[in-house]
Ligand binder design. Structure first.
Ligand code: ADP
Length: 430
C-alpha cells in the first residue's frame, strides 16, 4: 500500500512529536530533516514528516520551504497533507501559520481546512476557540513571555484572523459533542458561507477522534500532534492503511552506547546525577573549552577507555550544570558563545565517536540535538519505539552502518532515561 500521510512540521522537535504519535497509532513513519527535494524514500512507509524550521523565520522563507515540501509530498502520492505547528499555536507577527496554511491549501486546490492545535494529553485544549494550557488561558500561561513567539491572545479565531485575509470560523464543542456527522455538516455550512479556516474546539481525546472522522477526506488538515494520534484509525477504516504488526520496529541496534548532554533543564540535571550514581561520566565546561580543544581530547580519551573496559555499558559526557554555574560561564563568555562552545564540543564528540563505533546515541537538549544531527549530516530518521512521552528511538544510516539515536528535549524523560533508554532499545530491536 502506498504512502498515506505527508506532514510538514514547522520545527524539528515538533516533527518528532507528531511522528512519534503516528507510530504509536500504527503508522510506519519516517522523518525527513529539511528540504526533501530529491531525497528518496525507503519502502514500507505509511507516513512521512518533513521537519522544517519555518516557525519563527521570515515569512517568504517559510512559504518557499513549505511549498517545496508540499510539492515533494504530492510527488510521493500522499492521500492527505498535515501542516503541523505547536500546540500553543506559536506565531510571529507575520504568521506564519495563517499564510502557510493559505498557500498550502491553494496549491492543493482545496477550499477549506481545519485548525486543531489541541493536545489534551499535555493539557492543551481549545474551548469556544480559546486555547488553554492546563487551567490557564494561553496569554496567561507563560507563553506571553516567549522570547521568539510571545502569545498575548488566547482567542485563536482572532489570532488567525489577523494572519489571513480569508474568513475564519469555529466549530464549537457543542457541535463536536454531537459527533462526526454534525461536525461535517457544520464544516459544510461554513464552507458555503466562504469560511476557509476553521478553528476546532477540543477538550479530550474523544473530541480528537470525532474531528479525525470528520476531516479524513480533506486534502489538508492542520494542527498539533494530538490530531496525528487520531487520524490513523480513520485511515484504516477507509482501507487506506493496512494494519501493521509493529509500526515502531527498528533494525537490530549495533555499536557502543553514549549519552551526550548539553541540556541544563531541571529534569536533565536530575537525570545526569542519577546516571553518575551508577556509571561514569565526563564533565565539560565552557570556560575551559574557551581556552582550546584540550577538554574535547580528554573527553574522547575518557569515553574510549570506558568503552574498552565495558563495551556494553553507556558512557556520559555532559556540560549540564546548575543555574549558578551556567550564569557564571555566561557572564564571562556571553550567552551565545557559552552555548556555541558546548554545542560544538558535543557535536564534534558525536561525529568522532560515531565514526569509531558508537551506534547507540542519546542526546539531551533541543539545541544540542540540532547541533549533533547537523554535524552528523543526517537527513532521514526512521521513528521507533518511545522511551518516555515524546522521546522515541530513531534510526539513521551513517557511514559506519545504522545509528540508533534518541533526542530528548530539556524537560522530557524519567529520571533513569540515560540508562533505561538503552534497555528499551535492546528490548525493541532484539
Ligand atoms: P534544553 O532542551 O534543555 O533547552 P538545549 O540544548 O536546547 O537544552 O539548550 C541548552 C543550551 O545551554 C545549549 O545551547 C548548550 O550549549 C548550553 N549549555 C550547556 N551547558 C552549559 C554550561 N555549562 N554553561 C553555559 N551554557 C551551557
Amino acid at each position: 500500500m502506498s504512502l498515506v500521510l505527508g506532514a510538514i512540521a514547522d520545527d524539528f522537535t515538533g516533527a518528532t512529536d507528531l511522528a512519534n504519535n503516528l507510530v504509536r497509532s500504527g503508522m510506519r513513519t519516517v522523518q525527513i530533516l529539511g528540504d526533501p527535494t530529491g531525497k528518496p524514500l525507503p519502502e514500507g512507509v505509511d507516513a512521512v514528516v518533513v521537519a522544517l524550521k519555518s516557525r519563527s523565520c521570515a515569512l517568504d522563507e517559510a512559504l518557499k520551504d513549505s511549498l517545496a515540501a508540499l510539492d515533494w509530498l504530492r510527488g510521493q502520492g500522499v492521500r492527505q497533507v498535515f501542516f503541523k505547528y505547536c500546540s500553543t499555536f506559536d506565531s510571529t507577527a507575520e504568521g506564519n501559520i495563517g499564510p502557510v496554511a493559505d498557500a498550502l491549501l491553494e496549491r492543493l486546490g482545496g477550499r477549506q481546512t481545519v485548525m486543531v492545535p489541541a493536545f489534551p494529553t499535555t493539557g492543551r485544549t481549545v474551548y469556544q476557540g480559546h486555547l488553554f494550557v492546563g487551567d490557564r488561558l494561553l496569554n496567561d500561561s507563560g507563553m506571553q513571555d516567549h522570547p521568539l513567539n510571545p502569545m498575548t491572545d488566547a482567542d485563536l479565531v482572532r489570532v488567525l484572523g489577523a494572519q489571513t485575509s480569508h474568513p475564519v470560523g469555529l466549530v464549537s464543542h457543542a457541535v463536536i459533542r454531537a459527533g462526526a456527522e454534525a461536525c461535517r455538516r457544520r464544516l459544510g455550512e461554513l464552507d458555503a458561507s466562504g469560511v476557509r479556516h476553521v478553528i476546532c474546539d477540543t477538550l479530550d481525546d474523544d473530541d480528537l477522534d470525532v474531528l479525525a472522522a470528520a476531516t479524513v477526506e480533506l486534502p489538508l488538515v492542520t494542527g498539533g500532534s494530538g490530531l496525528g494520534q487520531a487520524l490513523p484509525a480513520e485511515y484504516r477504516r477507509k482501507g487506506w492503511l493496512a494494519p501493521v504488526e509493529d509500526a515502531a520496529r527498528l533494525a537490530p541496534a549495533q555499536g557502543r552506547s553514549l549519552v551526550l548532554s548539553g541540556s541544563c533543564s531541571q529534569a536533565t540535571l536530575a537525570q545526569v546525577e542519577h546516571f553518575l550514581e551508577h556509571r561514569p561520566g565526563f564533565a565539560l565546561d565552557p570556560l575551559s573549552l574557551a581556552q582550546g580543544d584540550q577538554p574535547i581530547a580528554e573527553a574522547l580519551d575518557f569515553v574510549r577507555r570506558q568503552h574498552a573496559e565495558s563495551p556494553d555499558e553507556p558512557v556520559l559526557v555532559y556540560a549540564s550544570a546548575a543555574p549558578d554555574r551556567v550564569k557564571a560561564a555566561q557572564q564571562q563568555l556571553g550567552v551565545a558563545r557559552a552555548g556555541e562552545l558546548v554545542e560544538r564540543a558535543l557535536a564534534s564528540l558525536a561525529t568522532t565517536l560515531v565514526a569509531e563505533g558508537v551506534g547507540r546515541l542519546l542526546v539531551a537538549g533541543g539545541e544540542t540535538s540540532g547541533a549533533v544531527v547537523s554535524a552528523l549530516s543526517l537527513d532521514r530518521l526512521r521513528i521507533g519505539p518511545q522511551i518516555d512521552a515524546g522521546v522515541p528511538w530513531t534510526q539513521a544510516s551513517v557511514a559506519a552502518g545504522t545509528l540508533s539515536l534518541a533526542l530528548k528535549s530539556g524537560n522530557f524523560g524519567g529520571i533513569d532515561i540515560f540508562t533505561r533508554g538503552f534497555a528499551v532499545l535492546e528490548e525493541a530491536t532484539r
